[in-house]
Design a protein around this ligand. Structure first.
Ligand SMILES: Cc1cc2nc3c(=O)[nH]c(=O)nc-3n(C[C@H](O)[C@H](O)[C@H](O)COP(=O)(O)OP(=O)(O)OC[C@H]3O[C@@H](n4cnc5c(N)ncnc54)[C@H](O)[C@@H]3O)c2cc1C
Length: 582
C-alpha cells in the first residue's frame, strides 16, 4: 500500500517564509517554540505518521471495528499505535504544561494534525475529539473536575468524546431531549445519542463523554441545554476507573468511510439508575459553552480536508509516474499534469490557510496586547467557517481527482485512492454541515458584524494585491478576483438576511477561492525572491512558483462563477416553491 511522506519541507516553508512565525515566538509562554524545536517536532511527527499510523490505514479500512454487548474492540494494531502515540507525548503537544502537555502553539499542533489525518484519518479522529474535550473542561469545568480529569485527557491516557447529536437533533440542537436528573452533587442521565465518534473502544482505560442534556425544569430550545461530563467508568476513591457507568454502546454504524473509527449509538440510563454525570459550566449554558470550543474543532476539520488532500495527491503522483500509456508515463500527458497540478496547487494554499488561521487563534489567545488579540479573534472568526467548509470541500474534490488520475485503478479498492474519497466525504457533514458553516459565515460573521471583520481581511488582501511584487506577478489576477469579493460582500450586506442565505454557500466558496488566491500570490512572491537570490533549492521553489501560478490562473477564475451566481442567486432560489416544485 502507498507510503505516506509527511511534507515537512512544505510546512516549514509556510511557517517560516510565507507566514511570520516570529509573531508566534514573540507571544508570552511560547519561549520554547524555537525554529530548531519546530523542525525536530515535525521530523519526529513525520516518522510516527509514516511508520506507525500510515501502515494501519488500509488494514483498518478493511477490518473495521468489532462491536459486542461488552463494548468495541478497535481494529488490529490501533490500540498499540494509540499507546505509542500517548507515550510519545503527541496527545499533549499543545496541551497546557501544567497538566502534562508540551505547551506548544496551535499552529504547530495543526501541522502535526495534518500528518495524523493524512496518515490515518480514522485514528486521528480519536485525539481530535479528546482535544475538544480538553478545551471544554479547561474553559468551563470547575477546579475539582479539572483536577480529576484534565491531566489524563491532556496526556491521552483517557480519551474524550462529544455527545451532541440525537435522532431528532442534528443541525438543530434545540431539539436535544436527553435528560439529566439532579442526584446530590451530581446528575443521572437518561437518553440516547447517535453518531458518537470513538464513543466506545478498548484503546484507553477510560472514555470521558461530554454530553448535552436537559435539566427537569429547563426552558425549551437552546437556552435549556446543559453540558455534562460522563465517564465510562466511575472513578473509585483513588481516582482510578472503577464501576462501569450506566451507559453503553448500543450499536455501531456501517458507513461509507472512516471504517476504523467507531461511530456509536450511546444509550444512557438503560439499567434504570441513570448514567452518573457532572455539570460542566453553568446550568442551561451548555450550548454557549460548546461555542467557545467550536473554532478549534471546526479548524481541525479543515485540517482533515488538507491531510486527506495531500495523501490523495501523493498517491496519484506516484501512480502517474509509474503508469505508462501512449509511450510515456501518464504524468507527462498534459491533462494528467493539469489534474496533479490542481491537486497540489490547492493543497499548497489550503495548508497556508490552515496554518495562518491557527496562528490567528494563537495570537487571539496569547497576545498581551488587547487590540492585537481582538483583531486576531475577528480574523479567526471570519476565516474558520471558510477553513472548515472550503477545506473539506477541497478534500473531497482533490480525493476525487486522485481517482481520476488512476483511471480504472482508481475505482479499484486496492490502490487506496478510493479510500481517501470515502474517508474525506464525512468532513463536509460533521462538526456543522458546510451549509451550516455558510450560514455562520454570512449570518454571524458578516451581517451581525456589519462586515467589519470581513472588510479588515479584504483590506489585508488588497495590500498584497496592490503591493509592488517584484516580478512573480500574480497580483493583477488577485486584484480582479478581490474586486468580485468586495462587490459580493456589499451585495450580501445590502440584500437582507433571507436573500443573503440563498447565497451563503456560494459566498463561502467565493471567499475560499479568493483567500486561496491571496496565499498563492504570497507563495509566488516568496518563491520568486528565493530564486532571484540564488537559492540552492531551486527545484523546490520553482515547484512552489509553478503551483501558485496554476492556482491563480486555473483555480482563482472560479471566483467569477461564484460571483455571477451570487448576483443571480436569490431571485432564482426564491422563484422555486419548495413544497410544489421539488
Ligand atoms: C461519521 C459521523 C461522525 C459523527 N460524529 C459525531 C460526534 O462525535 N458527536 C456528535 O454529537 N455528532 C456527531 N456526528 C453528527 C453530525 O455532527 C451530524 O450528522 C451533523 O451535524 C448533521 O446533522 P444531521 O445528520 O441530523 O443532518 P440534518 O441536520 O438533518 O441536515 C440535513 C441537511 O439539511 C441541511 N440543514 C439542516 N438545517 C438547516 C438550516 N437551518 N439551514 C440550512 N440547511 C440546513 C444540512 O446542511 C444538511 O444538508 C457525526 C456524524 C457522522 C455521520
Amino acid at each position: 500500500m502507498a507510503e505516506y511522506r509527511a511534507p515537512t519541507r512544505d510546512m516549514l516553508f509556510v511557517l517560516n517564509e510565507v507566514l511570520d512565525d516570529q509573531r508566534i515566538r514573540d507571544l508570552p509562554g511560547y519561549d520554547d517554540y524555537e525554529p530548531e524545536t519546530v523542525s525536530a517536532v515535525l521530523d519526529e511527527a513525520a516518522r510516527f505518521a509514516s511508520d506507525v499510523l500510515s501502515p494501519l490505514n488500509w488494514s483498518g479500512d478493511r477490518e473495521g471495528v468489532h462491536w459486542s454487548e461488552d463494548g468495541i474492540v478497535a481494529a488490529e494494531g490501533f490500540g498499540a499505535a494509540y499507546s505509542q502515540y500517548v507515550e510519545g507525548g503527541w496527545n499533549g503537544l499543545t496541551g497546557s504544561a501544567d497538566h502534562g502537555g508540551m505547551g506548544m502553539p496551535r499552529v504547530l499542533g495543526a501541522a502535526a494534525m495534518e500528518m495524523w489525518n493524512a496518515a490515518n484519518m480514522s485514528f486521528a479522529l480519536c485525539p481530535l475529539l479528546t482535544a475538544s474535550a480538553v478545551e471544554a473542561l479547561e474553559n468551563h469545568g470547575n477546579d475539582e473536575l479539572k483536577q480529576t480529569y484534565l491531566d489524563k485527557l491532556v496526556t491521552g491516557e483517557w480519551t474524550g468524546c462529544m455527545d451532541l447529536t440525537e435522532p431528532q437533533a442534528g443541525s438543530d440542537l434545540a431539539q436535544v431531549r436527553t435528560k439529566a436528573q439532579p442526584d446530590g452533587d451530581a446528575y443521572r442521565l437518561f437518553g440516547q445519542k447517535i453518531y458518537i465518534t470513538w464513543g466506545e473502544h478498548d484503546m484507553a482505560d477510560n472514555i470521558i463523554h461530554f454530553v448535552l442534556a436537559r435539566l427537569p425544569d429547563a426552558p425549551a430550545g437552546v437556552k435549556g441545554i446543559s453540558l455534562f461530563l460522563v465517564p465510562k467508568f466511575i472513578l473509585d476513591e483513588n481516582g482510578q476507573p472503577g464501576e462501569r457507568n450506566d451507559m453503553r454502546c448500543a450499536s455501531v454504524e456501517h458507513k461509507l468511510g472512516i471504517h476504523a473509527c467507531p461511530t456509536c449509538t450511546m444509550s444512557f440510563g438503560e439499567d434504570g439508575k441513570g448514567a452518573l454525570g457532572y455539570l460542566v459550566g453553568e446550568e442551561n449554558k451548555g450550548l454557549a459553552h460548546m461555542f467557545t470550543m467550536m473554532n478549534a474543532a471546526r479548524h481541525a476539520m479543515g485540517v482533515q480536508g488538507l491531510g486527506i488532500a495531500d495523501r490523495a495527491y501523493q498517491r496519484a503522483l506516484e501512480y502517474a509516474r509509474d503508469r505508462q500509456q501512449g509511450g510515456r508515463a501518464i504524468v507527462e500527458h498534459a491533462d494528467v499534469k493539469r489534474m496533479l497540478l490542481s491537486m497540489r496547487a490547492q493543497t499548497d494554499v489550503l495548508r497556508a490557510m490552515c496554518l495562518d488561521s491557527a496562528s490567528a487563534l494563537d495570537i487571539a489567545e496569547r497576545s498581551d496586547n488587547e487590540e492585537e488579540r481582538a483583531a486576531a479573534q475577528a480574523r479567526a472568526d471570519v476565516m474558520i467557517p471558510v477553513v472548515k467548509a472550503w477545506g473539506t470541500e477541497l478534500g473531497v474534490d482533490i480525493a476525487n481527482t486522485g481517482i481520476q488520475v488512476h483511471g480504472g485503478m482508481g475505482f479499484v479498492e486496492e490502490t487506496g485512492a478510493a479510500q481517501y474519497l470515502r474517508d474525506a466525504r464525512i468532513a463536509p457533514i460533521y462538526e456543522g454541515t458546510n451549509g451550516i458553516q455558510a450560514i455562520d459565515l454570512v449570518g454571524r460573521k458578516l451581517i451581525r458584524d456589519e462586515g467589519r471583520g470581513m472588510r479588515a481581511l479584504i483590506a489585508d488582501i488588497r495590500a498584497t494585491a496592490d503591493g509592488s511584487a517584484e516580478g512573480a506577478n500574480e497580483h493583477p489576477a488577485l486584484s480582479d478576483a478581490l474586486e468580485l469579493l468586495e462587490t459580493a460582500t456589499d451585495t450580501l450586506l445590502e440584500a437582507g438576511r433571507d436573500a443573503a442565505m440563498a447565497n451563503a454557500f456560494n459566498y463561502l466558496m467565493l471567499c475560499g477561492t479568493v483567500f486561496g488566491g491571496w496565499y498563492a500570490a504570497r507563495i509566488a512572491d516568496v518563491a520568486k525572491n528565493a530564486l532571484d537570490n540564488g537559492t540552492d533549492e531551486s527545484d523546490f521553489y520553482e515547484a512552489r512558483q509553478a503551483c501558485a501560478r496554476f492556482y491563480v490562473h486555473q483555480i482563482l477564475p472560479k471566483a467569477r462563477g461564484y460571483a455571477a451566481m451570487i448576483q443571480a442567486g436569490p431571485a432564482v432560489v426564491d422563484s422555486v416553491d419548495a413544497q410544489r416544485h421539488l
